[in-house]
Design a protein around this ligand. Structure first.
Ligand SMILES: [Zn+2]
Ligand SMILES: [Zn+2]
Length: 122
C-alpha cells in the first residue's frame, strides 16, 4: 500500500503525496466541470468568482472556486433539468468522501439557504 505521507518533489517544492493528490483532484474536477459547463453552452462568467470564469494560467485557475455562481448554477439547472437541492446534496457527499471540506461546507450552506427560502415561502 502506498504511504500517502511520503514526500516527493514537484516543481521544486517538497509535497506530501496526499497534498499532491488533492491538488490533482481539485484541478481535474475544476477543469472537467468548467468544460462540462461549456458543453451546456454556458460562456465564461465575468460577474462573479465562479467555476465558469476564464483563466489564462494555472495560478489563476487554482484561485477559482469549484462551485458555480448563482447565475451559472441556474443555467446548469435549466440546461440539465437537475433539482438544485439534490445537486447540492450529491456534491456535498462527493466532497465529504474526497476530503474537500471547504467545498462540502459551501454546498451544505447552499442546502441550508434553499431550506430557509422554502420555510419563508410556506
Ligand atoms: Zn472556458
Ligand atoms: Zn458564474
Amino acid at each position: 500500500m502506498l504511504n500517502n505521507r511520503l514526500t516527493t518533489t514537484y516543481c521544486g517544492h517538497s509535497e506530501t503525496r496526499e497534498r499532491l493528490h488533492q491538488t490533482c483532484l481539485q484541478r481535474t474536477l475544476k477543469l472537467a466541470t468548467h468544460e462540462t459547463g461549456h458543453m451546456f453552452s454556458i460562456k465564461h462568467c465575468k460577474k462573479y468568482h465562479c467555476n465558469m470564469q476564464g483563466s489564462n494560467h494555472q495560478q489563476e485557475s487554482d484561485s477559482q472556486p469549484m462551485a458555480l455562481c448563482p447565475e451559472c448554477h441556474a443555467k446548469i439547472v435549466f440546461a440539465s433539468g437537475c433539482h438544485p437541492q439534490t445537486r447540492f446534496e450529491q456534491l456535498a457527499e462527493f466532497c465529504d468522501a474526497h476530503n474537500m471540506t471547504d467545498e462540502a461546507a459551501y454546498y451544505r450552506k447552499a442546502i441550508e439557504t434553499i431550506a430557509k427560502k422554502k420555510h419563508k415561502q410556506n
